[in-house]
Ligand binder design. Sequence first.
Ligand code: PLP
Length: 394
Amino acid sequence: MAYHFDKVIDRHNTNSLKWDALKERFGDADLLPMWVADMDFPAPGEVIEALKKVADHGIFGYTIRPDSFYQSLINWLERRHHWKVEKEWINICPGVVPALSLIVQAFTKPGDQIVIQSPVYHPFFSVAQQKGRELVDNTLLFDGKRYEIDFEDLEKKLSDERCKMLLFCSPHNPVGRVWTKDELTKVGNLCLKHNVLMLSDEIHFDLIFKGHKHTPFASISKEFADISITCVAPSKTFNLAGLQSSAIIIPNKKLNETYQKSLDIEDGNMSNSFAIAAFEAAYNNGEQWLEELLTYLEKNLDFVNKFFKEEIPNASVVQPEGTYLVWIDCRKLGLSAKELERLLLKEAKVALNQGYIFGKSGEGFIRLNIACPKSILEEGLNRIKATVNKHISK
Ligand SMILES: Cc1ncc(COP(=O)(O)O)c(C=O)c1O
């Protein structure tokens, strides 16, 4: 089947956070949204058909998760990520962020330290410093082109006896790194050495560009699997965030039981009948759609690269290895972060994420969502160009 990622679909008045919450989030409803990690593409046809079937049945009582639900994820992980997972390891949670929060509460206590690596997905900050936990930042290194982990600093931070957890983003949002097996092995060995739990948020695991390979942290060795909790979901891959369905994979039996107990306390183990159907259909039948999506995203990325090089050469695109979020260094534009934000909103009328929300190390950067039809991307970039070039040429 050929999918039509070029087709523009009006999302106004659909309760879309990306399109309908602009006034509330940015103070102006009349903006072109290029922010939150949500794609302007319909889900695979197979997913839509599965949802219609559930709707047509018409009874939406309490729902259980069938074996086929687990099997769809087990097969997907083995086929696409060479990770053999057992059914008993798989838990659920409506969203990855609620899961991260629950896990922090279940596995750490007030006074414990949790390491994050900024600039990073902004909810990590509130998750890691909730209820008396202390956030510790192992800031990523940036040489002007590519981000790397500062291993020396990481070891210093993990070796503090108060440090109990590494909240890891893999692939990394917003810097777009797909960590190599070598890098992951180094991180894992440090966690093992210092007895630190690895909480690996791998929600972007399927969105990987050519030439790169995502390695699930827990797939590297039995030892790593034993100290890890991995969060995945079909929500980013297939644009199903509104269905609220994610999987929390915990191979270690004791850790698994602790998670399940915490989820039970919250009565969070129930299922949504639409989410189950979509999850299964996506993992069983969505592969071709994903391949075509990735090709489309690469073309959009090529377009962004060429556009910035030719039209806004003072801003530089940090090459993403995965995700559909592009991190752009605007520090050479000669505008303060606040001024850039004001101009993009008030003049360009474009809503994107300002880098400083991802931590101090993100100041002066912007994060652009390229998962939209090329015509929308082009419109957004033209608006940014007109505004930026007007103000920097002064
Ligand atoms: C790294 C990361 N984790 C989690 C989420 C959100 O997950 P959920 O909607 O399942 O809470 C996002 C969304 O952008 C993300 O980038």
